[in-house]
Design a protein. Sequence first.
Lengths: 248, 248, 321, 321
Amino acid sequence: MHEAQAIIERVRRVSPTLQRLDVAVDRRQAEIAPGQLLLARTTDSYDPYLRIPWVPVAREQGTVVIERPAYQSYTPGQIVSLLGPVGKAIPLPETIRALLLIAYQAAPTALLMLANAALARGGGVALALIGSAAYYPVETLPTEIEVIRAHDDLEWAERDRMLGWAEQVVAVAPAGFDLPAYTRLMDHIQRLRVEPADGYAYGLFHPPMPCGVGACQACLIHLRGGHEAAACTDGPAFDLKGVRLDGA
Amino acid sequence: MHEAQAIIERVRRVSPTLQRLDVAVDRRQAEIAPGQLLLARTTDSYDPYLRIPWVPVAREQGTVVIERPAYQSYTPGQIVSLLGPVGKAIPLPETIRALLLIAYQAAPTALLMLANAALARGGGVALALIGSAAYYPVETLPTEIEVIRAHDDLEWAERDRMLGWAEQVVAVAPAGFDLPAYTRLMDHIQRLRVEPADGYAYGLFHPPMPCGVGACQACLIHLRGGHEAAACTDGPAFDLKGVRLDGA
Amino acid sequence: MEPNKRPSIHISGGKQTLTLHNPVMGASGAFGFGGEYAKLVELDLLGAWVTNPISLNPRRPASGTRIIPLDSGVLVHTGLPNPGLYKAFRQYGTRWKNSPVPVIVHLIGTSPEEISECAIILEGHEEIAAIEIGLNDSAAYREVRAIVGAARSKTQLPILVQLPLASAPLVALPAFEAGADALVIAAPPRGTARDPLTGRLIGGRLYGPPVKAQALRATGLIASQVKAPIIGCGGIHSPDDARDYLEAGAAAVQIDSVMWVRPALVSLIARDLGGLEMTRPAGSLPDEWSHNTTLPNASTRASIFPSVMPLPPFTPPDDLP
Amino acid sequence: MEPNKRPSIHISGGKQTLTLHNPVMGASGAFGFGGEYAKLVELDLLGAWVTNPISLNPRRPASGTRIIPLDSGVLVHTGLPNPGLYKAFRQYGTRWKNSPVPVIVHLIGTSPEEISECAIILEGHEEIAAIEIGLNDSAAYREVRAIVGAARSKTQLPILVQLPLASAPLVALPAFEAGADALVIAAPPRGTARDPLTGRLIGGRLYGPPVKAQALRATGLIASQVKAPIIGCGGIHSPDDARDYLEAGAAAVQIDSVMWVRPALVSLIARDLGGLEMTRPAGSLPDEWSHNTTLPNASTRASIFPSVMPLPPFTPPDDLP
Ligand SMILES: Cc1cc2nc3c(=O)[nH]c(=O)nc-3n(C[C@H](O)[C@H](O)[C@H](O)COP(=O)(O)OP(=O)(O)OC[C@H]3O[C@@H](n4cnc5c(N)ncnc54)[C@H](O)[C@@H]3O)c2cc1C
Ligand SMILES: Cc1cc2nc3c(=O)[nH]c(=O)nc-3n(C[C@H](O)[C@H](O)[C@H](O)COP(=O)(O)OP(=O)(O)OC[C@H]3O[C@@H](n4cnc5c(N)ncnc54)[C@H](O)[C@@H]3O)c2cc1C
Ligand SMILES: Cc1cc2nc3c(=O)[nH]c(=O)nc-3n(C[C@H](O)[C@H](O)[C@H](O)COP(=O)(O)O)c2cc1C
Ligand SMILES: Cc1cc2nc3c(=O)[nH]c(=O)nc-3n(C[C@H](O)[C@H](O)[C@H](O)COP(=O)(O)O)c2cc1C
Ligand code: FES
Ligand code: FES
């Protein structure tokens, strides 16, 4: 975890709404693992003030690939300041066979590096794109991923079959709507498996992160047992069994 | 004077330090005269907050040419918001024969449209680039302009000859250093011509202009006789005979 | 002009009433003396406008007038130059008479004596709809009572008192008790910054979006404590900004430096808050209407939420809490 | 580390003295409890650092913790969660002992009783170099005297009092008279903004460069009125920002949210103000040194002066006034 400069080497439009940046990063940031973030400053202006979270969709040989909305402007050669890697890797079993990823009303961007890691380990990967996530341009995804799209919420057709199939489930939902989304996910899981195993279902928590180092206390997640953990140092992925989903 | 959108149609690097933008502006702003300004917003961010003054170096058929530092980034097709024309035209005699322009420790940008107007009327134009202005890339200037460069202040070799030759003198100096610069210019002029004629020597005043319409009272210039005039509505050019050069 | 859908606001004082057909006003210090903005904004959409600060006697500009750009804002130091109240009437009286909406004269509240004299002068002028008194940052309980009381005893016009941000929670009640008919919260806060031209530290008024959070907080606090009509003021740069003040308890708002940086927003804010037609008229140019103008910078700001990042803004489903 | 060229600063209180080898400190609320920034900034360059606010008893985070992006700043609402003073010692005591520079504990100044009890606890701990007391925005003369006086009567440690920006000019003197050894001006001002996620108005602390002008003004005012050592705090984002506070009368500064957004600037500011070596070391990477980092945005700001526009920054000749 440190602050370093990085260079945008290539800018590619991958769909009408998305572009991907190949960013040459320093050695330690190139080791970034699935789930971890980089906090980026791209201008000298303090507007916007907080760093922007960048979750790579892939990494390779000193380069990370960052997905951004197409309407933003980036230039090859542009120098950016990156703080990171922030947070912990999403735990992925060495011998994962079946990984279910769920993007609920949110882009699946933060799940894609994990999908690639599971594919590399020979696992099967399914990605459920729910609600607005169904508009995500799937042509950008590896073809090995089985994509399920559902416009209406968590009641998608294949849900129970997929939850049974999966050895591990990792979900992402937007900040502010994460707790209700994960509550319903856990309800469904509990109905299928009386008590889900530890490490079966993870949720990503992406509150804004002013500091990224556990200092500002602005990204706390309430855990069972009455204590809190910082999304920036203990997350962003939390085993949903351990999270107080009522937020209290 | 109104607010309208404009489109940057072309971006040309004209020297290692300068670029020029061809900006398609609306009908009324296309009528901008030498000395008048446009106040530009180029981003949605409020940082920077105040509009940036753009002084065209040329205009033609619904387009104005704007000179900007090369390190700034503009894109063809970019839409900008312009407020203007702000201020009054620099008065130029219909039959000007000899016009002396002086850029003192400042870019001559704001003088170039006037230079072109005088050339178009068949007049001779000399441009004295003094101090840091001597670094201005002269290859961007019309070849008809006689350029004099002097590194050391207002003591340039040709000074007295040029002041005698000129029917009209227009000088530009940076905000904050305008009064002392124009004081010395007037001292030189007074030594040559006991009392300079009205309308012989103009100075451009470019204080920051928050509003551009005479409302905020932030751009006042002290005139002889104890009253003030707003640079944004009565300037930016003032007959230096009427200005209180001691600033009081 | 479209029919006005929102009920008018009445601020009664003495025997006269200030009626605002729109809750949006132009603020003192930004709007000029004589309707300088008439060519740039649709003046007749506004509820009223307030003149630049005027003193009994003329004030020269500060010898060191300074504008200092800050992050997302600006510091302005002018010394509040003005021709004095008598000459102001000669210079601007006709324009005040011809204003399509009420004109409020802002008086620099230096002393009770000066304020009395100004109030007496204004009393005879029908073109003036109300008085706004500006208070010094350092004016405390007793001085505020004396200044506002002096105006109250001399005029039947409605009196607005514009409170300094720093002292607003302390002087709101004395200003109200001494006869203010409405409180303007707040005057631009004062700050110090280094002038890049002279290298000196300069004091002045602060303008820009960052002012809003503090003025909005003061508005909420005072609205819950003082039974006066409140006019919110500070950092308004969008209809949403203005609506935030209404939700915090203000009856109306004043807009200031947004007029300098994006004059087109003035009509947009007034139309939105006044319940006027917002639809883009057929054939209008983009200059005249832009959805985007209501949300400057919103897309950049949204980027701190990575999960919603590359998708268009989304609405949560109804069945989520 | 290069030799320190600037004389140390001594803040004496009770029988003990806080010695700052560098006038730059890390501020409470931004720097964490236990040196979370040790991996990101050169802690040993700082004069000291202040812990996040700690209360006698534990405080849970606000149920609606919220971060609201603003123009060039941010509103933060956390509810000041902390484990309480006893548990804080168990959790962070070792790190405080091992800190290369003095650790100052920030106490939430709720009541005289609570502050007394906290002061007694701290008294026995050598790893604590000083106490900083945070005051509530609404605390007035009498309450400030009582809270600071309670601490003074129970500890020989130097006492810093961090004043709310809004009330700083009013409570500086009572805080000093009741025993403060130094005044920190100011705590982050409080504001209100709309949370884009919940649509509700939220109160919280304001951070970012726009805070500076107001805090710098308060520093100048109070330095001229109160004979206490002043520590400037608010919106510092460059060595020049920090130097402005020293020129306005501060003896030292605290830096806060710049650590979040540009941690590399912390060393730069400390090196500059401490008189340490600023030259770029041969072979260093651009990350480690950048002239540009001292002037964020300066080139954009300069563009409001059209005459100097397309030329590099220029120095006026000596013979101009
Ligand atoms: C009795 C009275 C009534 C007033 N009523 C009104 C009113 O109705 N409306 C209104 O808007 N204004 C009012 N003011 C005026 C207001 O206080 C300002 O003086 C005025 O706005 C002019 O502001 P300025 O910045 O242009 O000039 P000045 O206020 O003269 O600017 C100088 C300021 O810079 C500050 N300063 C300079 N150097 C430093 C430093 N190193 N550190 C910290 N601070 C520094 C000083 O504190 C001072 O405030 C009133 C003033 C008085 C005395
Ligand atoms: C006695 C006491 C001592 C304290 N000492 C310290 C200290 O040492 N250091 C420190 O940093 N803090 C201190 N505080 C705490 C401080 O006042 C805040 O309560 C604390 O910073 C937590 O802030 P918050 O924003 O996270 O939560 P809260 O303060 O609980 O946030 C709620 C805020 O939102 C505002 N608000 C909500 N809705 C609106 C609306 N519609 N309009 C306007 N305002 C609205 C409220 O006014 C309120 O201030 C102290 C508090 C008390 C009571
Ligand atoms: C590429 C794309 C992305 C979209 N993303 C979202 C979204 O994130 N949230 C949402 O509510 N609707 C989203 N939409 C839906 C549109 O805003 C619109 O409501 C939707 O297309 C319904 O209209 P239709 O009949 O065109 O499909 C998206 C549409 C497209 C084409
Ligand atoms: C294109 C260009 C523009 C310059 N503009 C300025 C200027 O505005 N002000 C200034 O003081 N020096 C200016 N300089 C001078 C340089 O900063 C430097 O001081 C100067 O080049 C002297 O060193 P030299 O030996 O390279 O000529 C400029 C130099 C160049 C090449
Ligand atoms: S972002 Fe600051 S504690 Fe997590
Ligand atoms: S810029 Fe506002 S009066 Fe001239």
